[in-house]
Design a protein around this ligand. Structure first.
Ligand code: ADP
Length: 305
């Protein structure tokens, strides 16, 4: 079954901005899917359409085979959303926020109490349950948003940059939890700026640029595109670079070189470097990997069209 079926989806806002331009993509039930794109690419608009906050201009959207136009009340029950902006009442207590959500979905009180208890434990918020939400740390607030989105046991969980502003340690905990949810059968769609997040969790990813779908593929295939990484090397003195045949080396200055290679060949390269009389003092990867993936895909897209 398809969790999401999007065909020729377009959105033009009232001011004339075309945020989505004939986007077509499919997400299978059970998938863990990443939506990538720079700021302004159209990700929030796409999520807004899926969650009923934005009205599409044209095209077709089906969630678990139901059309978002005619079956929206059914769809609402199947989808949980974690928006980017915290949007709960900051004076409401953590537990009450979950209970209010349950009320909104018509979950019987007894069941809701049980469910809230379970989620508070699982997301590490049990000790905070009587605190008003503004007393929570940023990471706790984020987890509260996830707990709230899960109250009605959705089949599809949509998260808009779930780990933005969450520190590294908590981020890993959150990844583990999202992976567990996915293993339990929940389809997950998220937007992110972290390639590591995509590598760790997602099976498929789509990239949009200026409202158009540039690429949609298995994450493994996307990562192959950036197998070769640029590294910046500092050596005692650059010499005999002509002997480093077979490597894409360029000299930056007397002590610095750049080489582009597959990480797995790094050791061999360093060996060859030292064989040729250079002593390595420092080596570091150049640049952010997701950025390079974007650039590479954009380049391919421009060449294709
Ligand atoms: P992303 O989430 O990828 O950053 P958005 O979907 O927020 O992208 O925005 C896509 C484009 O649509 C941008 O050019 C943005 O300025 C524009 N946009 C978003 N929301 C509105 C709106 N309510 N009215 C007009 N333009 C909008």
């Amino acid at each position: 079954m398809k969790a999401l079926h999007i065909k020729n989806l377009s959105k033009t806002y009232a001011n004339g901005t075309q945020a989505l331009d004939h986007v077509s993509l499919t997400v299978e039930a059970g998938d863990f899917f990443a939506l990538l794109g720079a700021n302004g690419a159209g990700k929030t608009t796409l999520i807004g359409i899926l969650t009923g906050l934005v009205i599409k201009s044209s095209g077709e959207v089906r969630i678990f085979e139901q059309s978002i136009e005619s079956e929206f009340s059914r769809i609402k029950k199947m989808v949980g959303v974690v928006p980017q902006e915290m949007n709960f009442n900051i004076f409401e207590k953590v537990q009450d926020i979950l209970m209010t959500q349950a009320g909104y979905y018509g979950i019987p009180r007894k069941q809701a109490v049980h469910r809230a208890e379970e989620l508070l434990h699982r997301l590490g918020l049990w000790e905070q349950r009587y605190k008003v939400s503004r007393q929570l740390s940023g990471g706790m607030k984020r987890r509260l948003m996830i707990a709230r989105a899960l109250m009605h046991q959705p089949k599809l969980l949509i998260l808009d940059e779930p780990t933005a502003g969450v520190d590294v340690e908590l981020r890993h905990g959150m990844w583990d939890y999202l992976k567990q949810l996915n293993q339990q059968g929940i389809t997950i769609l998220l937007t992110t700026h972290y390639l590591e997040e995509v590598e760790q969790m997602c099976r498929h990813a789509a990239m949009i640029k200026e409202g158009r779908l540039v690429k949609c593929d298995k994450v493994d295939n996307l990562l192959k595109i950036i197998d070769k990484e640029p590294f910046i090397l500092t050596v005692d003195e650059v010499r005999n670079t002509n002997r480093l045949k077979g490597y894409a080396v360029s000299v930056v200055d007397r002590h610095t070189m750049k080489v582009e290679l597959d990480k797995r060949h790094l050791h061999a390269f360093i060996r060859d470097l030292e064989k040729n009389g250079m002593s390595l003092q420092d080596i570091r990867p150049q640049g952010h990997r997701l950025e390079r993936l974007f650039l590479q895909l954009l380049r391919e897209d421009e060449m294709a069209g």
